[in-house]
Design a protein around this ligand. Structure first.
Ligand code: SF4
Ligand code: MG
Length: 314
């Protein structure tokens, strides 16, 4: 098994008038080539920021991101430009990132042109058609504009753009959250197919655990900038350890699984990510919180094979 991405003690803090906002707070994980890591948590937990820092769309405050054996923060501007052809992002709402005055084929052609990947116009056009086929966009749509298309087709354009260069790794940031449920499945299947065909590696960011269930190899759960549990997807679903993961799982309907306990309703506010104290960030909402939880931060420990959890109870 080849490791493509190693994230080590990654931190991203933002300065605010009230203090330091710990958006990503000391996160460590590995991702193997050709696999998908589902990065899950409520909005504001730092999952999107993590994705952007890994792609270096934002600079890290501290920590290492080692991609293919190289620390991406130590790359020269030239090497970074080269790497940008391999690492891509797919957004939740491709519409806002698509130029409304450009046709579908122009939008897909743009990254190829900008990166001078194919200089010959005819060859470039053939590549655009190939990409449209690859993402299941009818060639008839070539000269249409994004506003004429539904959300699913717009997301296919976003995916085609992400694949236009030498793509090996994609951060998918809530790629189906804005879509109807029926279309969600189509886009998830497409991403899965493309992964197999092109040997892609994904980080799949979502607030919805039910979406990543069959999609991810591993799942990492984040809470207020911290990675609180990580395991193989099946293991996380069948044997969640952290009280927060249990609460998230209890909230999704799972007709195929026998009912395992009641729905856990979380009380209390999410605590502030600004100047957090040295404690369990989940303590004010956790039904099992004890004194120790408010006094010290639980480290991420191995609770089983390839299963890591940050909770004092385990
Ligand atoms: Fe709950 Fe304490 Fe575990 Fe935090 S460390 S999740 S407060 S039991
Ligand atoms: Mg987000």
């Amino acid at each position: 098994k080849e490791v493509l991405l190693q994230v080590r003690n990654l931190k991203k803090y933002f300065d605010t008038p009230k203090g330091k906002l710990h958006a990503v707070d000391d996160i460590t994980f590995d991702l193997q080539k050709g696999k998908t890591l589902g990065l899950v948590g409520e909005s504001g937990c730092g999952k999107s920021t993590t994705g952007r820092v890994i792609l270096r769309l934002l600079e890290a405050t501290e920590g290492d991101i080692i991609y293919n054996g190289k620390n991406i923060h130590e790359l020269s501007p030239k090497d970074m430009r080269e790497l940008r052809k391999e690492i891509q992002i797919i957004f939740q709402d491709p519409f806002s990132s698509l130029d409304p005055r450009m046709t579908v084929s122009e939008i897909i052609e743009e990254p190829i042109k900008l990166n001078k990947l194919i200089r010959d116009r005819k060859k470039r056009f053939e590549r655009v058609l190939e990409l449209m086929d690859l993402v299941g966009l009818s060639r008839r749509l070539m000269n249409t504009y994004p506003h004429e298309l539904d959300g699913g087709r717009r997301q296919r354009i976003g995916i085609a753009r992400a694949l236009a260069l030498d793509t090996k790794f994609i951060v998918c940031d809530e790629p189906v959250s804005a879509l109807d449920v029926s279309i969600q499945a189509q886009i998830l299947n497409l991403l899965k197919e493309l992964q197999k065909k092109l040997d892609l590696t994904y980080i799949f960011i979502t607030h919805d655990l039910s979406v990543v269930n069959h999609f991810s190899d591993d799942i990492a759960v984040m809470y207020l900038g911290k990675l609180i549990e990580k395991a193989r997807a099946e293991e996380l679903f069948s044997n969640p350890v952290h009280p927060y993961t249990k609460a998230l799982l209890s909230a999704i309907p799972r007709p195929t699984l026998e009912k395992k306990g009641e729905k856990i309703i979380l009380k209390g506010e999410i605590s502030s990510p600004i100047n957090p104290e040295d404690n369990c960030r989940f303590a004010n909402r956790c039904p099992f919180a004890e004194d120790v939880c408010r006094k010290s931060e639980p480290p991420l420990r191995e609770s089983g094979e390839n299963h890591f959890v940050a909770c004092h109870l385990f």
